[in-house]
Ligand binder design. Structure first.
Ligand code: AMP
Ligand code: MG
Length: 265
C-alpha cells in the first residue's frame, strides 16, 4: 500500500492519475478490521517510543476543506494514549504569528522526544493557501519549499521522523461532505462562508499542491497521497503509514533497572 501512496522524491504526485475514490483493493469490512488491529499496534509502539524517549514522530496532514482531516485524527488515534499525542491545528495566523517568519509558530510545537505530534494543516498552508489567496508575493512564496526541505531535514537528523499525508478528495465527495455538514444540526456551525470560496478555487488549490508536493517530497520527509473519498480508506491508510514508520524506527525500551528485585514486592 505504501508504494502506491508514496510520491517518490523528485516525482510529482500526478493527481490526475490517482483515484480519490480508491478502496485500495479492500472491502470495507476487511478494512475496518485491519484498522482496529492497527489502533492496538499504534498504542503499543507509541508506548515504546515514549519508553525509549530519544526520538519523535511528526504526522503532517494537509488536504482541502472537506477532505476529512479531523475525522482521520479521531479514528487513527482512538486507542492511543492521549498523554503522548499532541494535535496542533493551524488556522489563519494571528497578528503575533504574522510578526514572525512563517516557521516560527510551527517549530514551537514540533514533538518532544518520545511523543507524536499531529499537524492538522501545517507550514504547507504558507506555500499553497497564501499563494491561492494572494496573501504573500509569489517571489517570496517560491523560496519556501527550499526552506522547508532543509528545515525538515534538520528535524529528521535530530530524531524526528516525518510522515506527510495529503488527503485527496474529489470535488463530488467534498460537495457531499459540505451538504452533510449543512444538514446536520451538530455540524452546521462548522460551515463558514469561506468554505464555499475554497470550493470555487478547487482546481487552483490542486494545481499548487501538485507543485508544492513535488518540491518537498524528500527521502527524509516523504509525501503520501491518500485517497480520501471513503472515510474508512483514508483512516486505514494513515494508520498503516504511521504504524509502518514506527515499526521501521523500532524504538527500544530501556533495560530494566538491575537494582529492582521483582521478588521484593
Ligand atoms: P479549519 O482547519 O477548517 O479550522 O480552517 C483553518 C483555516 O485557516 C483554513 O481556511 C486555512 O486555509 C487557514 N489557514 C491556516 N494556515 C494559514 C496560513 N498560514 N495562512 C493563511 N491561512 C491559513
Ligand atoms: Mg476543516
Amino acid at each position: 500500500m505504501k508504494d502506491e501512496l508514496l510520491v517518490k522524491p523528485g516525482d510529482h504526485p500526478h493527481f490526475a492519475n490517482r483515484d480519490p475514490g480508491s478502496r485500495l483493493g479492500l472491502e470495507k469490512a476487511e478494512g475496518t478490521k485491519r484498522l482496529e488491529k492497527l489502533q492496538e499496534r499504534l498504542d503499543l509502539l507509541q508506548g515504546r517510543l515514549f519508553g525509549e524517549g530519544k526520538r519523535s514522530v511528526l504526522l503532517v496532514l494537509q488536504g482541502l476543506d472537506g477532505s476529512g482531516k479531523d475525522g482521520v485524527i479521531r479514528s487513527v488515534f482512538t486507542g492511543v494514549n492521549p498523554q503522548a499525542v499532541e494535535v496542533h491545528p493551524f488556522r489563519a495566523p494571528s497578528a503575533s504569528e504574522l510578526a514572525h517568519d512563517y516557521l516560527w509558530r510551527v517549530h514551537a510545537v514540533t514533538p518532544e522526544r518520545g511523543t507524536i505530534a499531529v499537524f492538522n494543516r501545517s507550514h504547507y498552508e504558507d506555500v499553497v493557501t497564501v499563494d491561492v489567496l494572494g496573501l504573500v508575493p509569489k517571489d517570496v512564496v517560491r523560496k519556501r519549499p527550499r526552506h522547508i526541505r532543509e528545515w525538515e531535514r534538520m528535524l529528521s537528523e535530530e530524531g524526528t521522523a516525518i510522515v506527510k499525508v495529503f488527503l485527496h478528495v474529489s470535488k463530488d465527495a467534498q460537495a457531499q461532505r459540505f451538504r452533510d455538514r449543512l444538514e446536520d444540526p451538530e455540524k452546521r456551525w462548522k460551515f463558514r462562508a469561506g468554505d464555499l470560496e475554497v470550493r470555487t478555487r478547487f482546481d487552483a488549490y490542486m494545481a499548487l499542491y501538485e507543485e508544492a508536493i513535488a518540491e518537498t517530497s524528500t527521502e527524509w520527509a516523504p509525501w503520501y497521497v491518500v485517497p480520501a473519498d471513503h472515510n474508512w480508506v483514508k483512516s486505514l491508510a494513515v494508520a498503516t503509514l504511521l504504524a509502518d514508520e514506527l515499526e521501521r524506527m523500532d524504538p527500544q525500551l530501556p533495560e530494566p533497572d538491575p537494582g529492582v528485585d521483582p521478588d521484593s514486592i
